[in-house]
Design a protein around this ligand. Structure first.
Ligand code: ADP
Ligand code: MG
Length: 680
């Protein structure tokens, strides 16, 4: 069974439909059958008309008691029918569907499924789907509702998926070991795939989902544990010098560290002095002072005679780190350098040479550090900042530039501890759960787009007072060109109309690194009043004079991301503001906005984020170096997650390399899904 075969060969898929399917990410037969429904409609259980609640979607079985009447309106034609069951009458209307005219027979019973309204005992259903009494084409079953379909109707995509499922009928290779299916009472893959699309009862759906979630989480868990085993098995790491005291540098700082920073440093200090290689995740909200902590650890490494590498996800951030390191390490005789791809070739060569000779103590940089010919003399400490930008594999690459150096992974995406323990199963965890004193709370407002004028005036006021503003646009299209256009378009209106008396600039991920740095530096130097950008400014950028963050279409961002963005302001002495402009009216959107307005606590926000939209996006590939989950939800599937965690430990303790015959399928699963990230 070739699951990779092009979806265009599936029955019912012509050239134009191929394009639409491609747009939602369906290219192969496998993509098609794993395009899971986002919801279901139960069209299997008829209701009596009288018990229908206003606004609900319901299935009714009723006899036609009128002729079809045709009513011409200005632009449309309305078709109207009266039906009744034993409890009540109901009026049914459709628009412009002239083929319905001669279909219904007086006195016959039909099934109708659609949205019903009940206005003071008057029932009305609009545009229902229907079947005659003995048919089950559109009713009588649980119907899957698919996510994004563009111009494909639900009916069409449903039929295409049905055809896809016919092709795999009896042909789908099982991906899980038989013994696990038995022990955990799980559906076979084929049964799960079929039933997730077309469950006969909701119980089927639950079981199908359980099986798929189980597989997804087990694969991830096994992969992470494998990774941990690769790291730890009694490898000796570096014992850093007890005489290289962190307190020496701490005493020179212009501020007092918070209790949380001191506690975390204590943990790091112990790890560094022990001979076990440190693998530590340092979690802390934006602005909690992680960089200083990293700097102090680097100080200890250098004073013990080793080199340290600090990796940041962007050149801007790396430069910023360099600045604060140089500032705080002034007079210590520690040599810090910056390695980013935009420096000249000559300079790069020179840096590499000095690095290899041990003439550089701390190297700060971007991905450029990962390059093969960047060689350290004796790398002792690796710090990766905002690690979700780096894959697990990249972490391994840099670590291999030393002999079992200590590793600190910093992230400003706070996640609940229980989850961190599982997701970062390969790391110990330190949390900075306290902000430095005297931080001003950022005032957050969620406003509708219609209030743009007021928002703009507010921005002007702030600029007149000497401040600067960020305006962030979401990535609207998959296509970067299109995103660029949306940023550029906003830039144009701002520059030429709304803010024509001010300095406006824009920033986009597609720009050349050099150009980006230039603009960022101009913004830092106060030459730009308003900076429009996509989320490239999300991480770590530090411009204390900026006091306003406006987020356009805030409803399109995850909460964790909004929180990150908000962290760009409130970094100086000024009262700062975050204004979330949103569209849409759903309860979820309003609830999400409310969370942002109500709290500044990243941990609370991340927990809410998980709860409100599941983990699919939150733990996207890009964010955590883990593959996005297709079906698992880390919030609601916590019980399964816990079960697979202990199961994985058991499996790997008995069969560490997954070499036993019965575990072969597991090995294949991991290879399939993690091949980019983890080498097994
Ligand atoms: P993070 O990386 O966690 O977002 P930073 O390390 O960039 O935070 O710290 C934000 C700012 O706060 C920096 O300017 C830093 O010098 C300052 N800072 C860090 N720790 C303290 C502290 N204990 N007291 C006062 N200011 C601090
Ligand atoms: Mg930081």
């Amino acid at each position: 069974m070739d699951l990779n075969k092009d979806v265009k060969y599936v029955k019912g898929v012509g050239p134009s439909r191929v394009q639409l399917l491609n747009r939602v990410g369906i290219f192969s037969l496998n993509d098609l059958i794993t395009y899971f429904p986002r919801d279901y409609e139960d069209r299997s259980k008829p209701k009596e008309i009288y018990e229908c609640v206003d606004g609900e979607e319901a299935l009714i079985e009723a006899v036609v008691i009128s002729r079809m009447t045709q009513i011409r309106l200005k632009r449309n034609t309305m078709y109207r029918l009266i039906v009744r069951d034993e409890t009540a009458k109901c009026q049914i209307t459709w628009f412009n569907q002239s083929y319905l005219k001669n279909i219904f027979k007086m006195g016959q019973k039909y099934k109708f499924y659609g949205k019903i309204s009940n206005k003071a005992g008057k029932f009305e259903m609009t545009s229902p789907v229907f079947d005659s009494e003995d048919k089950e084409n559109n009713t009588g079953k649980i119907i899957p509702i698919y996510p994004l379909t563009y111009n494909l109707s639900q009916n069409v995509i449903r039929r295409i998926i049905e055809n896809g499922l016919k092709e795999i009928d009896g042909n789908l290779t099982e991906t899980m070991p038989q013994y696990l299916l038995k022990d955990y009472n799980l559906y076979s893959l084929e049964e799960a795939i079929k039933k997730i699309h077309f469950p006969e009862k909701f119980e089927d759906f639950n079981l199908a989902r359980k099986r798929l979630v189980f597989e997804e989480l087990l694969t991830m868990q096994l992969a992470l544990l494998e990774l941990k085993n690769n790291y730890t098995t009694d490898i000796k790491g570096i014992e850093f010098n007890k005489e290289a005291k962190m307190s020496d540098i701490i005493n020179t700082l212009p501020f007092n560290l918070t209790k949380a920073q001191l506690r975390v440093l204590e943990e790091i200090d112990q790890d560094m002095e022990s001979d076990k290689p440190m693998n530590r995740l340092l979690q802390g909200d934006v602005g909690s002072g992680k960089t200083v902590v990293a700097m102090i650890a680097a100080y200890k490494a250098v004073k013990s005679g080793y080199q340290a590498a600090i990796m940041a996800p962007t050149a801007i951030l790396a430069s910023q780190h360099l600045e604060s390191f140089q500032e705080l390490l002034k007079g210590q005789g520690i040599r810090c350098e910056l390695l980013i791809s935009s420096i000249t070739k000559k300079k790069k060569e020179e840096l590499k040479e000095r690095l290899a000779n041990g003439e550089i103590d701390i190297l700060i940089g971007t991905h450029a550090i990962l390059e093969e010919n960047v060689v350290f003399k004796n790398l002792g400490l690796v710090v990766t900042d905002e690690q979700h930008r780096f894959g697990v594999k990249q972490r391994t690459t840099i670590v291999e530039k030393g002999e079992h150096p200590d590793v600190i992974v910093m992230t400003a995406t706070p996640i609940p501890r229980t989850l961190a323990l599982i997701l970062y199963g390969d790391l110990d965890i330190s949390i900075i759960d306290e902000l430095p004193p005297n931080r001003k709370q950022i005032e957050t407002y969620a406003v509708r787009k219609s209030l743009s004028d007021r928002v703009n005036n507010f921005i002007k006021e702030q600029i007149k007072a000497g401040r600067q503003a960020y305006v962030v646009c979401p990535l609207v299209e998959e296509n970067e060109e299109m995103d660029l256009k949306s940023v550029e378009a906003l830039y144009k209106t701002y520059k030429e109309e709304t803010f024509k008396d001010y300095n406006v600039a824009y920033l986009h991920g597609k720009m050349k690194a050099k150009k980006k740095d230039e603009i960022m530096n101009d913004f830092k130097d106060g030459k730009i009043d308003i900076l429009i950008s996509t989320t490239v400014i999300e991480v770590g950028v530090n411009v204390p004079n900026s006091s306003i963050m406006v987020v356009e279409n805030a409803e399109r961002f995850g909460l964790a991301q909004l929180h990150q963005l908000r962290g760009r302001v409130g970094r100086g002495e000024y009262q700062s503001y975050c204004i979330l402009k949103y569209e849409g009216n759903s309860d979820t959107i309003r609830e999400r906005m409310k969370v942002m307005v109500d709290t500044n606590d990243g941990f609370v926000i991340s927990e809410k984020d998980l709860e409100l939209r599941g983990s699919g996006d939150f733990f996207g590939t890009e964010q955590h170096g883990l593959p996005a989950f297709k079906i698992a939800n880390l919030f609601t599937d916590m019980p399964i997650l816990k079960a697979v965690q202990s199961l994985s430990i058991k499996i790997l303790s008995e069969d560490p390399k997954l070499e036993k015959k019965e575990n072969k399928p597991l090995k294949n699963l991991i290879k399939d899904k993690f091949k980019e990230r983890i080498e097994i």
